[in-house]
Every structure is written in C-alpha cells, then in structure tokens.
Ligand binder design. Structure first.
Ligand SMILES: Cc1cc2nc3c(=O)[nH]c(=O)nc-3n(C[C@H](O)[C@H](O)[C@H](O)COP(=O)(O)O)c2cc1C
Length: 370
C-alpha cells in the first residue's frame, strides 16, 4: 500500500521548491582524504547524488579556513581547488534533481594543536572543553585553547564571508551556519565556555554578537533567503557544553531576533541525550521554539517516518532532517513512501576513508503493489 502523507508534500523554501520535506542532515564523513581537503565528484559527488531524492541535502560540516579544522579529512570551502571540487559535487546533485546547501564550520576549541602545526586552537575563552579531538593519529584529549582577540574574531567573520562567497561560486542552493553542537558559535553562546568581559561576553546579547556579525557579513554575499542556521539548545554533557540558567534564554533571544531576517530556515535539534534530569534543559525543542519563530523551522534527531510526519502535521516543524538513516538508506524517501524496512548503519565506517560504508549502501528494489 502506498502511504502518502504531509512529509511528502512539496515545500516552498523561499526561492526554491523542495520536492518533499525530508532533509538529509549534515554529517561529517571524513572522506576528503587528499592533500587539498577537496570534495570530489567520485566520492562526495556520488554519495550526495545517490541521496538526491531528499527534498534538501545539507552537506557535512566544511571548514571555512585552516584555523577552523578539527577533524581528520573534512573538506574545506576556502581554496580555489576546493571550490572547483564542490562545483562538480553540486552539479551531480542538480542533474539528479536534488537541492543542496553547504554547512559552514569552525570547530573552535574542539580542535587540537596537531591540526595547527602545534599552535593552540581558538575559542572565546581559554577554557579546556575536557573532551576528545579526532586527530590524524586518533582520539586525543583537547587542550586549553587560545582566547580569541577581537582581531581574531573579525578575521573569522571574514573567513565565513569568504566561504559564503565561495559557496555561491560553487553553485550551492544555500548555506547553513554551523552554530550548533558545541562548536565555535555555540562556545560563544554558552556561559560555561565564554567568560569574556568585552563586548563578546557577559550579557546574552554580547554572547550572540559574533554570530550576528557573521550573519550580517554573510548577507552581503549570500542572499538572506539562502542562509540557514543550526542550533542545539539542550545540548548538555557533550562536546564540552554544560547548560546553565542563561542557556535557554540565550537561544530564545537568538531565535526571536532571527525573525528580523528572511532566512531560508532555522535548523534545531531535539536533545542528543536524555535531559530529563538536566535542570535547565528544554525537553521538547520543536514544541518550545515553534511559537517563537515565524519562518521555516527544520527539526532533527531521532525521528522515524511516523514521528517526522507527525511533527509536521502538528505544526511544530516544516521540515524534518534525518541523519543516520540517510547513511545506510540512500533511497530513504522511497523507503518511507513504500514502507520498506530501513537498512542498519555501520558505525565503524562513519569516518573511514573511501567508498566502503559510504557509497556502497544499496537501494532497495521496490516491488510495489498498487
Ligand atoms: C557520522 C555523523 C556525523 C555528523 N556530522 C555532523 C556535522 O558535520 N554537522 C552537524 O551539524 N551535525 C553532524 N552530525 C549530527 C547529525 O546532523 C544529526 O544531528 C544526528 O545524527 C541526529 O540525527 P539522527 O537521529 O537523524 O541521526 C553528525 C552525525 C553523525 C552520525
């Protein structure tokens, strides 16, 4: 039996039409195992093309500069060679009828000196996240980072701007600012990672300043309606982030203020872990934030076909992003539509080089009885 439901309906995302509301979530796959950290037509192009039936694909986090790197073999979007590589990837997706945004990434203090010729990674404050960084020699303990000077902050804003410009050159349908999951922007938002006393720390407005300065710089080179931003408000105990009483008010402030922009979307994650015992956490993110934001809201984390369709029907989100299910089911949309069981993903090949566990998950032969 064919199940046809709200999640399969087309969606007008400002100037582009998505053929359904099923989004492929951004996922680091560490396959840019070449000197220039270039995405290629053969690997990334093939992988995303296989998944082009999604309403929208958001690429893996892609570093905006050498300073922004924090994981092994992640692609960049700051050199000419990288732009040329992405052009071929985008082209393959477009020729298959897909839409694709690139996620712009700076990991901040989640990086390691091994990526920076021994120099310290950058962060709002010199506070060690006490986490692990995935270096070319495997997992290593993070270090106490260097507190960014105002000059460092201004340079980083320009790095994002340049990366946005590059993304447009490569032909992407839009960009997503990775302001989530304990990386640089999130480190600025959070009171336990940002103890600055200048205009980038202290008040909520100050902690959001770097993000809004970046957004305003990006707007000069990427049309506003092609910019999305990702947040994980109830992240706690992961990636060095600890919530405090200011955390949710900070995200409320940011998300409400984003109503002044005409963004493509905001992309929120439901909590990554059980936060029922976490005092300051909001347990249901879409439900809490939907009334605060007038534009397109994308939700993610742990959704199935049924719960994803449901959250849209209830009006708590417009789009649903799926991560791991897309790794092992390139034809996820068809599987949802025709109730085909999902294939399991293999954690061991999430970040390994080459095609294995990447472009070799088969599509299901559909035997549809109409
Ligand atoms: C292998 C892997 C890599 C990921 N890399 C990123 C990333 O680069 N950027 C990002 O914002 N989230 C990243 N995530 C988080 C996913 O986008 C998503 O939030 C998470 O998998 C939860 O969604 P799911 O339950 O549908 O898998 C990653 C997740 C996985 C499993």
């Amino acid at each position: 039996m064919i199940t046809k439901n709200k999640i399969f309906e087309a969606y007008q995302l400002n100037n582009i039409i998505l053929k359904n509301r099923i989004v492929m979530a951004p996922m680091t796959r560490s396959r840019a195992a070449n000197k220039g950290k270039v995405a290629t037509a053969e690997l990334q192009g093939e992988y995303y093309k296989q998944r082009a039936t999604a309403g929208l694909i958001i690429t893996e986090g892609s570093q905006v500069s050498e300073e922004a790197v924090g994981y092994v073999n992640t692609p960049g979007i700051h050199t000419e060679e990288q732009v040329e590589g992405w052009k071929k990837v985008v082209d393959k997706v477009h020729k298959s009828g897909g839409r694709i945004f690139i996620q712009l990434w700076h990991v901040g203090r989640m990086s390691h000196p091994d990526f920076h010729n021994g120099e310290l990674p950058l962060a709002p404050s010199a506070l060690n996240p006490n986490a692990q960084s995935y270096t070319p020699d495997g997992f290593k303990d993070t270090v106490t980072p260097k507190e960014m000077t105002v000059e460092d902050i201004k340079r980083t804003v320009q790095d994002f701007k340049k990366a946005g410009e590059n993304a447009m050159k490569a032909g992407f349908d839009g960009i997503e600012i990775h302001s989530s999951n304990g990386y640089l922007f999130h480190q600025f938002f959070n009171g336990t990672s940002n103890v600055r006393t200048d205009e980038y720390g202290g008040s909520i407005e100050n902690r959001a300043r770097f993000f809004f300065e970046t957004l305003d710089a990006l707007k000069e080179v990427v049309p506003e309606e092609k910019i999305g931003a990702r947040f994980n408000p109830s992240l706690d105990g992961m990636f060095g982030i600890t919530m405090d009483e200011d955390t949710i008010p900070t995200f409320e402030y940011i998300i409400k203020r984003l109503n002044d922009y005409n963004l493509a979307y905001i992309h929120l994650s439901e909590p990554f872990t059980d936060v029922s015992e976490v005092k300051y956490a909001v347990k249901e993110i879409a439900r809490h934030f939907r009334p605060l934001y007038d534009g397109t809201l994308m939700i993610n984390t742990g959704f199935t076909y049924e719960t994803g369709n449901d959250v849209i029907v209830k009006g708590q989100a417009d789009l649903v992003a799926y991560g791991k299910p897309f790794i092992s089911n390139p034809d996820l949309v068809d599987r949802f539509m025709y109730s085909v069981p999902l294939a399991e993903w293999d954690n061991d090949t999430f970040y390994t080089p080459g095609k294995e566990g990447y472009t070799d998950y088969p599509k299901q032969e559909l035997q549809v009885k109409l």
